[in-house]
Design a protein around this ligand. Structure first.
Ligand code: NAD
Length: 268
């Protein structure tokens, strides 16, 4: 992956990335590590995380592996404390982990509905709460409940989808979770303003990852035609957008926003 900012732009920073073993999450890990961050890679399976980590070249600081299920409270509590044992500062989290269980509403089981909600929305909430409870809020208290104007880069980048606004047949759970993640982004930006955390979301259009593997060729072609740029994005393009949202020189005055990276598929 090419350098987007100057070399080692994030040296000395610790970033958590969920859904890190493949797809967009892995591309985000690569991009942040390439810019010098120590990245904590969170995903379900330690073996897949080790394999993914082995593919990362040019990292100034080797990523750490943190196997966890983002929808399980005890896992997320442990994951955040594990990162804090290695690093005394967590600069931010990119909440990427996600699943789909597509079926029309009449065929959708309540178990699948709840599972999709708990991974996307629950996982985003839990990492947000735990980093704040274990790290940012204690810093704020130690600062006499005054804003943390210490110049430290603090951020949350959440993952929504174009389908949060546009809807998508078979994805009532997924689109609901993504819409809720956009709301969580705005509320978190307000609640965490004193911690000086910039909280934003990215709403991608179709991206070439294993998540699209089940979509037939005709469906992929239709997706391409529905964009103005005539293509499905590569994970590295989304990772570059994340780098811009993490970098205070690029998005230092941006918080509570949803950035549409959808090739012009939908314009709000
Ligand atoms: N690919 C697309 O077209 C597209 C479009 C819009 C939004 N998105 C969003 O981007 C994000 C990444 O999507 P992707 O295409 O890279 O998906 P992907 O399926 O390729 O990868 C998702 C990763 O999340 C992990 N994961 C799933 N459940 C988990 C859990 N409970 N705990 C921890 N990790 C878990 C998986 O193991 C996998 O490694 C998702 O939030 C997705 O909704 C994707």
């Amino acid at each position: 992956m090419d350098l987007i900012l100057r070399e080692n732009a994030f040296l000395g920073e610790t970033h958590i990335v969920t859904g890190a073993a493949q797809g967009i999450g892995f591309a985000v890990v690569e991009a942040l590590a390439r810019h010098g961050a120590q990245v904590a890679m969170v995903d379900l399976d330690a073996g897949r995380l080790e394999e993914a980590k082995a593919k990362i070249e040019d990292a100034a600081v080797s990523p750490i592996i943190v196997p966890a299920n983002v929808s399980k409270e005890e896992d997320v509590v442990r994951a955040v404390s594990q990162v804090l044992e290695v690093s005394d500062c967590i600069n931010g989290v990119v909440n990427v982990a996600g699943i789909t269980r597509d079926a029309r509403i009449t065929k959708k089981s309540y178990d699948d509905f709840n599972l999709v909600m708990s991974v996307h929305l629950g996982g985003t909430f839990l990492f947000t709460r735990e980093i704040a409870s274990q790290h940012w809020h204690p810093l704020f208290k130690a600062n006499g409940n005054e804003p943390l104007d210490d110049g430290v880069n603090r951020f949350i980048v959440n993952f929504s989808s174009v389908s949060a606004r546009n809807g998508n047949v078979g994805q009532v759970d997924y689109t609901a979770a993504k819409g809720a993640i956009e709301s969580v982004t705005r509320t978190t930006a307000r609640e965490f303003s004193g911690y000086r955390v910039r909280v934003n979301a990215i709403a991608p259009g179709p991206v070439n990852t294993p998540m699209l593997a089940g979509v037939p060729e005709q469906g992929i072609e239709a997706m391409k035609r529905s964009t103005l740029l005539g293509k499905v994005a590569e994970p590295s393009e989304l990772a570059a957008t994340v780098v811009g949202m993490v970098c205070p020189m690029i998005s230092g005055y941006t918080t509570g926003q949803v950035f549409a990276a959808n090739g012009g598929m939908y314009m709000a």
